[in-house]
Design a protein around this ligand. Structure first.
Ligand code: GLC
Length: 409
């Protein structure tokens, strides 16, 4: 059952009753890494002087943002009206009653890429509206591979060979992703497991499916990279931003990261501007599987002005703003037509590869216990990468931990 604590328990009239649900509001989001959101919201504020939105920027890291949002929502809310939540959190926030169900016909869901709306639904209802999507890609040093007469890798074996043999010749680290224990490592580990054909939990979110040859091979691939040195040990401390910095400082041959990397790595202070490319992630025998990332906009159950909040979400998912999400924010929009707009494709040459990656991306395990599931994945996989445990033992331990978590109800 969904408990609408904010509406009933407090006994105080909601914004809807007092003022038609319209008035000023806040929008809470994880760090706006490209600084585009302020100007986008100014556009709204100019046209809606009585419904102004104030941007509340939380930390860059998904985990810290989640915990700040939850602290506020648990205590009865108040600071955040509209929440830009990671796609991985919709079920948890909806199940806890922190976000309010939304009316499908108020938003342009039919114009979005297929399946992104699945990440915004829980128990058959819409609890958020897709705002940005995301898929991991492989960024590579095109200048270096061209000089070597090589093409970007499509398989793990090619990636490993190039990272082992070419990177050291140029004084570069071979390959990195986000390997610090936090949500980013869950993503990287899931991509390795999915690419090898495995899964972590069954579709019911309860059955533990991780104890497989595929999972051992996926985690083994990453652990071997660290052991053999073609994944620099420093990558065990990387989140998105540290890894992007390493790539754009010219310290890595290959980086798995989200597409926003393109903007920074093309910038004035980048050592690799014009010298890199991006392709779908490799897998064991051909292209691998990315995890579906991104963020959905939700209305807090305690929102002071829920009608304004819904209109703001419609504005942020409108075509003109979605275009700016890409052109100014360097983030993957959810509107499908933008990926085939010739002017955008010539300006952002990675768009077709990104579209392919998003369309074939796989969601993270869906579970109301998602946080514990993710924490277990991070801890165990980090131990395997740090060579504290063999991939075989790590996968077995993960299966046991997940079984304990999903049994706990
Ligand atoms: C990006 C993705 C998000 C993911 C996070 C992990 O922000 O869009 O879905 O959870 O990275 O660090």
């Amino acid at each position: 059952m969904v408990v609408m604590a904010g509406y009933v328990a407090s006994g105080t009239p909601t914004g809807t009753e007092r003022d038609g649900g319209r008035g000023p509001m806040t929008l809470a989001t994880a760090g706006d890494l490209t600084g585009y959101l302020g100007p986008v919201l100014e556009g709204w504020n100019r046209d809606h002087p009585a419904e102004k939105v104030t941007l509340v920027e939380l930390p860059d890291s998904a985990d810290e943002t989640r915990s700040q949002m939850i602290t506020d929502l648990r205590s009865g809310g108040g600071r955040f009206d509209v929440l830009n939540i990671d796609v991985a959190w919709t079920s948890e926030f909806a199940a806890a009653g922190w976000i309010a169900p939304l009316e499908r016909d108020r938003f342009a869901l039919e114009s979005f890429l297929p399946r992104v709306t699945d990440t915004a639904t829980y128990d058959g209802r819409l609890y958020a509206v897709p705002y940005v999507t995301n898929a991991g890609m492989l960024f590579y040093r095109k200048d270096v591979l061209d000089r070597e007469g090589e093409r970007p890798p499509r398989t793990w074996a090619e990636l490993e060979r190039q990272a082992r043999t070419i990177a050291p010749k140029y004084g570069l680290g071979g390959y990195a992703g986000q390997f610090l224990p936090y949500e980013g490592l869950t993503v990287n580990a899931a991509e390795a497991v999915y690419s090898a054909g495995g899964t972590i939990l069954g579709d019911d979110g309860e059955r533990v499916t991780v104890d497989s040859a595929a999972a051992r091979s996926g985690i083994g691939f990453l652990a071997r990279g660290v052991r053999d040195g073609w994944i620099p040990r420093e990558a065990l401390t990387y989140k998105e931003e540290e890894s992007r910095q390493a790539f754009q400082d010219g310290r890595l041959l290959f980086l798995r990261n989200w597409p926003y990397t393109w903007a920074g790595a093309s910038g004035k202070d980048s050592e690799v501007a014009g010298k890199f490319g991006a392709v779908p992630l490799p897998g064991p025998d051909g292209p691998g599987t990315s995890v579906l990332g991104g963020a959905n906009l939700a209305v807090s159950s305690h929102a002071r002005h829920p009608e304004s909040a819904r209109d703001l979400i419609a504005y942020l998912t409108s075509e003109p703003v979605q275009r700016r999400v890409l052109t100014e924010g360097a983030l993957p929009p959810v509107r499908a037509a933008l990926y085939e707009d010739p002017a955008l494709v010539s300006r952002f040459p990675y768009l077709p590869a990104l579209r392919t990656s998003v369309l074939s991306a796989a969601p993270r395990p869906k579970s109301p216990h998602y946080e514990q599931v993710s924490l277990a994945v991070q801890a165990v996989v980090h131990d395997a990468l740090a060579q504290h445990q063999t991939p075989e033992a790590a996968v077995r331990r993960l299966a046991d931990e997940l079984a304990a978590i999903t049994r706990r109800r």
